[in-house]
Ligand binder design. Structure first.
Ligand SMILES: Nc1ncnc2c1ncn2[C@@H]1O[C@H](COP(=O)(O)OP(=O)(O)O)[C@@H](O)[C@H]1O
Ligand SMILES: [Mg+2]
Length: 507
C-alpha cells in the first residue's frame, strides 16, 4: 500500500489512524521502561488493585505486569517475553529499539514515503546490522575467562555477590553441562524468603521432615522418590465395612511395613513423597532411623531425581523384590536438614554436576527483584559463553549505525534503512541520559573516538562518564542478547507498520 496520491483519501485516513494509535501505544509502554535502562536507570513500582507491589528495574517484568488496554501492546510484550525466554536479558533494549524504529518509520510515512518502502528498508537495514554485529563479536575461549564474570556483573547491575555466584556455578558445571540442549542456568535459581544467598552443589527440598525424631544429617545416602502417597494400597470404603475388607486393609498395612523394612535393609535412608505419608508409615520410618518427607512438589522432586539418579515410583512398585527396586534408588553425598531455613539440602558427589543458586532476602519484594537479577545474569553468562561478547553501553549499536550510514541503498528503501540507523543511536543516548549526561555531546564524542580508532569498542562508561574502550574496562554484553534484541525489534516494528486497519471482532 502507498500512502500517497494513488490512495483514496478514506484509505489513507484508515491507515494513518491505525498507525498513529498503535505507535502511540508502543511509545507509552516504552516510556515506562526507558527510565530504567542502563546502570543508572531508576526502578519502577507497579501496584495492583489488591495492593500487590512489584519494585523492579527489569523491562520484561514491567511490561508483563503493566495494565494496558491497547491490543498492540501484546506484540511488544510477547517479543520482550520471548527475548527473556531465549537469551534471558536485553528486554529493555528490545523495547527501546522497536519503539524507535516505529517512530522513525511514522515520521517518514507522514512525509509521503510509501509504507512498503519503509518496511522493506527496515528489513534490509536490520539484516545488514545483524551481519555487521556478527563480524565484531569477540568469542570467549575459556569458562574461567574474567570477561565472563564481567558479563554477569554488568547484567546483574553491579551486584557482585550475585554475579560471583553465577560465575562460580559455571566453573562447577563445566562446558558439557552448559551446552546440553535445553539446559538453562537460570532454571537452577531457587529463591526463598529468609534463606542465605549461596551456591549449593546439589538441590533444596523446601520441606521439613515429618517429625523431630528423624535424623538431621545423613551421609552417603540412598534415597527413594515416591510420586504418590506413601500409604497402604486403598480399600474401597464399602468393602472396609466387611470383615474380609477390614482384613485386607490390615494386610495392606503389613505389606507397607514390610516394604519399608526391605528398603531399610537395602540401605535407603530417605524417602521423599509427592503426597502424604500415613501415620503408621511415619512411625515405622522413625523407628528405622529414616527420613520421611511428604508433599514434595513435582518441580523439587524432579531436581532431586536428576541429581541423585532416582527414578520416581508409585506405591504399588514398593511391593517389588529388592532386585527390581535397586535401580530406582538414587544416591546423595549428604542429606542435611536445615532447621533455621526449614528446608532440606541434598548434596551430590563431585561427579554429580547439579548446582543450585540459592538466594534469599527478608522481604518478598526485594527477593523477587533479586531473583530477576540473578536470572538475568545467569542467562547473560550462558549466552556469552555460547555466543561471545560485544561492547556494552549501546556502543556496538552506535558502531553499526556508523557502518550502515556509509552503505545506504540508493532507491526509496533508503528511508526505511535510515530508520534503522537512527534507532541504533537510541540505546547509547538513553543510557547516557539516564546517567545524567548530555546525550548529544556523548554521542558525538563516541562516534569520533570510534572512527578514529576504527573500533566498535569505544563507548561511555557510565560509572565515570569517560569515553573509553569498554571491552578493556569489562563493560560488555552477550552477542546473542544483542542479536536477538535487534532481530525482534525489527519484527515488532514491521508488524506494527504493516497493520492497515483495526476492526473490532464480535464477541
Ligand atoms: N558502567 C556502564 N556503562 C555503560 N553502560 C553500561 C554500564 N553497565 C551496564 N551498561 C549497559 O546497560 C545495558 C543494559 O541495561 P538494562 O537496564 O539491564 O537493560 P536490558 O533490559 O536491555 O538488559 C547494557 O547495554 C549494558 O552494556
Ligand atoms: Mg539487563
Amino acid at each position: 500500500m502507498t500512502v500517497g496520491p494513488k490512495m483514496e483519501s478514506s484509505e489513507v485516513n484508515r491507515y494513518l489512524t491505525a498507525l498513529m494509535t498503535n505507535s502511540e501505544a508502543i511509545r507509552g509502554l516504552t516510556r515506562i521502561v526507558a527510565d530504567t535502562f542502563g546502570p543508572k536507570g531508576l526502578d519502577c513500582m507497579l501496584v495492583g488493585d489488591d495492593g500487590e507491589v512489584i519494585i523492579t528495574n527489569d523491562g520484561a517484568a514491567i511490561l508483563n505486569a503493566v495494565d494496558t488496554a491497547h491490543p498492540i501492546a501484546r506484540i511488544l510484550v510477547d517479543a520482550v517475553r520471548l527475548q527473556d525466554d531465549k537469551v534471558g536479558d536485553g528486554t529493555t533494549t528490545v523495547s527501546i529499539l522497536a519503539e524507535s524504529l516505529i517512530a522513525e518509520g511514522v515520521n517518514r510515512i507522514l512525509k509521503g514515503v510509501p509504507v512498503i518502502k519503509v518496511i522493506e528498508g527496515i528489513k534490509r537495514g536490520i539484516d545488514s546490522a545483524l551481519a555487521v554485529l556478527e563480524k565484531v563479536k569477540i568469542p570467549v575461549e575459556r569458562l574461567d575467562a574474567p570477561l565472563l564474570e564481567q558479563v554477569a556483573l554488568i547484567s546483574a547491575r553491579g551486584h557482585q555477590d550475585l554475579a560471583g555466584l553465577v560465575f562460580e556455578a559455571i566453573q562447577i558445571l563445566g562446558e558439557e553441562y552448559l551446552t546440553k540442549p535445553g539446559f538453562k542456568l537460570a532454571d537452577q535459581v531457587l529463591a526463598f524468603e529468609g534463606s542465605p544467598t549461596e551456591l549449593i552443589r546439589g538441590t533444596i527440598v523446601n520441606r521439613e521432615p515429618l517429625n523431630r525424631g528423624m535424623p538431621l544429617r545423613i551421609n552417603d545416602a540412598k534415597i527413594l522418590i515416591v510420586d504418590d502417597a506413601l500409604e497402604p494400597v486403598k480399600i474401597d470404603y464399602q468393602a472396609l465395612g466387611t470383615e474380609a475388607g477390614f482384613n485386607r486393609q490390615l494386610h495392606n498395612q503389613e505389606l507397607l511395613r514390610e516394604s519399608i523394612d526391605r528398603l531399610a535393609e537395602m540401605g535407603v535412608k530417605g524417602i521423599f513423597a509427592d503426597r502424604g505419608i500415613s501415620d503408621q508409615a511415619e512411625s515405622h520410618l522413625t523407628d528405622s532411623a529414616m527420613l520421611g518427607v511428604q508433599g514434595v512438589p513435582r518441580s523439587e522432586w524432579e531436581r532431586l531425581a536428576e541429581l541423585t539418579g532416582a527414578r520416581p515410583v508409585k506405591r504399588e512398585d514398593l511391593l517389588k523384590p529388592p532386585k527390581e527396586l535397586e535401580p530406582v534408588l538414587g544416591k546423595a553425598a549428604a542429606i542435611i536438614v536445615d532447621q533455621d531455613s526449614k528446608n532440606i539440602r541434598v548434596l551430590g558427589f563431585p561427579d554429580q554436576k547439579m548446582v543450585t543458586l540459592l538466594i534469599g532476602a527478608y522481604s518478598k519484594e526485594v527477593l523477587a527483584e533479586k531473583e530477576r537479577i540473578i536470572k538475568d545474569a545467569a542467562g547473560a553468562i550462558q549466552a556469552a559463553w555460547s555466543g561471545g561478547v560485544v561492547a556494552g553501553g549501546g556502543s556496538v549499536e552506535l558502531g553499526i549505525a556508523r557502518v550502515l550510514e556509509q552503505k545506504a541503498p540508493l532507491d526509496l528503501e533508503r528511508y526505511g534503512y535510515a530508520c534503522v540507523v537512527e534507532a541504533l543511536k537510541r540505546p547509547v543516548a538513553q543510557i547516557c541520559a539516564n546517567a545524567g549526561y548530555n546525550s548529544l555531546e556523548k554521542l558525538a564524542e563516541v562516534l569520533s573516538r570510534q572512527a578514529e580508532a576504527n573500533s566498535f569498542n569505544f563507548g561511555v562508561n557510565c560509572e565515570t562518564g569517560e569515553v573509553q574502550d569498554l571491552i578493556q574496562n569489562g563493560i560488555c554484553d552477550p552477542f546473542l542478547v544483542k542479536y536477538h534484541a535487534l532481530k525482534s525489534a525489527g519484527e515488532v516494528a514491521v508488524a506494527v507498520l504493516r497493520i492497515n486497519t483495526i476492526v473490532k471482532m464480535k464477541n
